[in-house]
Ligand binder design. Structure first.
Ligand code: PLP
Ligand code: COI
Length: 369
């Protein structure tokens, strides 16, 4: 059987309810102040794959530790990929996902790059729906909160030879989420690393794999030490163009209203938020340029007033204003200046769609519950 086939289509899921699901009062306490990534819901999804059987054993089961052999490939060679998407509770209590098929398609692209099996998009969306149904009460309803879903896939063949594993498992866990950054929606400071890069030509930069994040952590630690919230990486080949942040894409806004963002070179993640922002901005009549963006353009543009706003975007970050860019050589921008007007209005428009406060004219939302 080829790596891309599934045994049965679509998969059907079995459910084993948790015997230790949190009581309502405990859950509500968590939902009142979830932060980001701190708590997990009562259940998780698992689907297993082998070369011989394809995808099988689809189940929703109690959240809990995994049992994998110490010889599992993921622990040695980092053969792992993941996704991140949010579920939103609308005013009528219904639960919706934002562009889940785009996350499913990206997971499949990441799988190809990491030589992992592809899960088809229908099964991916169904896995999200299954967990959403069982843990529906974990989707918070306070403004700007959501349930963050973290699908991931690991190679778990117990074998130390270096080749694509013949056994893999896919999981989905869920974590109630408030703002990603501690300060809420306030301008953040960004550290520019000139020492480290995140992804090179032909590498895994466009895949959402754990290794990319592992490679970013030393620079992210440096960013924290400098009082910054995220690290900005330059392209690995020339060190002159901006790629993206450790976990977000970047946009510059020019004084004439043009938006500029790095083009998809294969070394940056194809952000679904990035793509949505491009669509919304173009609909408003803004020119959006996807091209190489030099670090001088950012530095000198902010200093001269040619660039009036800079923001980061991603599922976790939503749209976050960037107040200052800091490096060993320079600091530009005012960290205490208020968030940019266009930044905040694009954020508002995006979240209005996600929370069902305005019409979903792009069919971006999928109702799950
Ligand atoms: N870039 C990186 C490295 C990321 O980890 C993320 C987050 O998923 C993004 C960009 C933004 O992607 P998306 O908007 O699909 O969440
Ligand atoms: C996301 O936005 O979903 C990510 O995976 C990025 C990470 C900073 C949490």
């Amino acid at each position: 059987m080829s790596m891309t086939e599934t045994t049965t289509f679509p998969l059907s899921f079995t459910l084993t309810p948790s015997k230790s699901a949190r009581q309502e009062a405990h859950r509500e306490e968590i939902l009142a102040s979830p932060g980001f990534g701190n708590y997990f819901t009562d259940h998780m999804v698992e689907i297993d794959w082998t070369v011989d059987e394809g995808w099988h054993n689809a189940q929703v089961k109690p959240y809990g530790p995994l049992s994998i052999e110490p010889g599992s490939a993921v622990l040695h060679y980092g053969q792992e990929i993941f996704e991140g998407l949010k579920l939103y509770r609308h005013a009528d209590g219904s639960i919706w996902a934002f562009r889940p098929e785009a996350n499913g398609a990206r997971l499949a692209r990441s799988a190809r790059r990491l030589a992992l099996p592809e899960l088809n998009v229908t099964d991916f969306v169904e896995s999200i729906r299954q967990l959403a149904r069982v843990d529906a009460e974990w989707v918070p309803s306070a403004p700007e909160t959501s349930l963050y879903m973290r699908p991931f896939m690991i190679a778990n063949e117990n074998f130390l030879g270096v080749r694509a594993a013949h056994r893999a498992s896919y999981f989905v866990i869920a974590s109630p989420a408030g703002a990603y950054f501690k300060g809420g929606v306030a301008p953040v400071k960004i550290w520019l690393t000139t020492e480290y890069t995140r992804a090179g030509r032909g590498g895994t930069g466009a895949a959402k794999c754990g290794g990319n994040y592992a490679a970013s952590l030393v620079a992210q630690t440096e960013a924290y030490e400098k009082g910054c919230a995220q690290v900005l990486f330059l392209d690995a080949e020339t060190g002159t163009h901006i790629d993206e942040l450790g976990g977000m894409n970047v946009f510059l806004v020019k004084k004439d209203g043009t938006l500029v963002t790095p083009r998809l070179t294969g070394s940056i993640l194809e952000g679904i938020t990035r793509d949505s922002i491009i669509t919304l901005a173009r609909e408003r009549g803004h020119t959006v340029e996807e091209r190489d963006v030099s670090i001088e353009e950012w530095r000198d543009g902010v200093a001269s007033g040619e660039i009036t706003e800079v923001f980061a975007c991603g599922t976790a970050a939503v749209v976050t204003p960037i107040g200052q860019l800091l490096s060993n050589e320079f600091a530009v921008g005012d960290p205490d200046a208020p968030a940019g007007e266009l930044t905040m209005s694009l954020r508002q428009e995006l979240t209005d769609i996600q929370y069902g406060r305005v019409a979903d004219n792009h069919s971006w939302m999928t109702r799950l519950v």
